[in-house]
Design a protein around this ligand. Structure first.
Ligand code: NAD
Length: 296
């Protein structure tokens, strides 16, 4: 039997429609739109595409996007000075510094400089710590999007065996914290894990965030499991010179075994930007002394 497809595009669209209503409410309550400042240093084409789509989505969601493009030769001090200005700017609720940064800039110092209450990427150690202890935090957008897909698909996750492959600060670790927060029994697997296929076979929920094309095979999956594929890998396409995107999971094989699965593209990817908009509204509400809506 073929697994149900978890439609990230539809879920993201529904969330964005809800966020547009919340944006109107915020503007009516405070007299100003929620504001997201994006910072792009240099002209890396992939980063430029990401930032453009984030700005477009921000405006479409009824928020104010303030973009700050900086030249590739920008010094760390100059970038830190801009972050400081944005931290103090009352019209700015969220600050997103697009990574990776050029070599002369230490990303960790920049992430550290962003005010934790405007840290809509959820990368600041204060937010990572808050998430780890189960306190109110701004949570990284990709794992938050994965959790949204999982709870929409499965409802209550408590007691489920969850395996997260990958231990990055951006995806794997926060994903594991979120699943623990939902009372799953969580295993974090990584590049040194012994017998990864066997570990995966125990998972009712399997989240793959590795960056290796189609590494997770069909026979690694427990029948009926829910599979969330975070990976985005570009591989040669059918036609000469063309490429296509695949996830970390061998989709066609996994689909025969899993109960539900996210496709790549069209699964986790669209949720990431939706959650950035969500985090910006949450940050804006908290900064304005308003309670963010319960269902966000
Ligand atoms: P990362 O490189 O920081 O981390 C990868 C992790 O995979 C590491 O913790 C490593 O231990 C683990 N790993 C590597 N090889 C392994 C192996 N052979 N077996 C088991 N584990 C192994 O990557 P990341 O930033 O966490 O991203 C992971 C993937 O998710 C990438 O493909 C990235 O493009 C994608 N991603 C997608 C989105 C999205 O919006 N959909 C967002 C962020 C990242």
């Amino acid at each position: 039997m073929s697994a149900r497809l978890i439609d990230g595009r539809a879920a993201a669209e529904a969330l964005r429609a809800r966020l547009a209503i919340i944006a109107d409410f915020f503007r009516a309550s405070t007299g100003r739109p929620a504001g997201l400042a994006t910072v792009l240093v240099g002209e890396d084409p992939a980063s430029a595409v990401y930032v453009r789509s984030k700005i477009k989505a921000t405006e479409e969601a009824g928020m104010h996007g303030l973009h700050h493009p900086l030249p590739a030769k920008t010094s760390e001090a100059e970038l830190l000075a801009l972050v400081d200005t944005l931290n103090r700017d009352d019209a700015v609720d969220g600050i997103l510094v697009q990574l990776p940064l050029p070599k002369q800039i230490d990303s960790a110092r920049v992430i550290d400089a962003v005010s934790p209450d405007k840290d809509v990427d959820g990368f600041h150690v204060v937010n990572a710590g808050r998430l780890a202890v189960g306190a109110e935090a701004l949570v990284p957008c990709t794992p938050l999007g994965c959790l949204h897909l999982l709870t929409t698909e499965l409802g209550d996750l408590s007691g489920a065996n969850a395996v997260v492959i990958g231990r990055s600060n951006i995806v794997g670790k926060p994903m594991a914290s979120l699943l623990l927060g939902e009372s799953c029994t969580v295993t974090i697997a990584h590049s040194r894990t012994r017998d990864l296929p066997e570990v995966c076979r125990r998972a009712d929920i399997l989240v793959a965030a590795v960056g290796r094309a189609e590494m997770v095979r069909g026979d690694w999956i427990k029948p009926g499991a829910t599979v969330i594929d975070v990976g985005i890998n570009r591989v040669p396409g059918a036609a000469a010179g063309k490429t296509r995107l695949v996830g970390d999971v061998a989709f066609d094989e996994a689909r025969e075994v899993a109960g539900a699965i996210t496709p790549v593209p069209g699964g986790v990817g669209p949720m990431t930007i939706a959650m950035l908009l969500r985090n910006t509204q949450v940050a804006a509400h908290r900064r304005a002394g308003l309670k963010p809506p319960e269902d966000l």
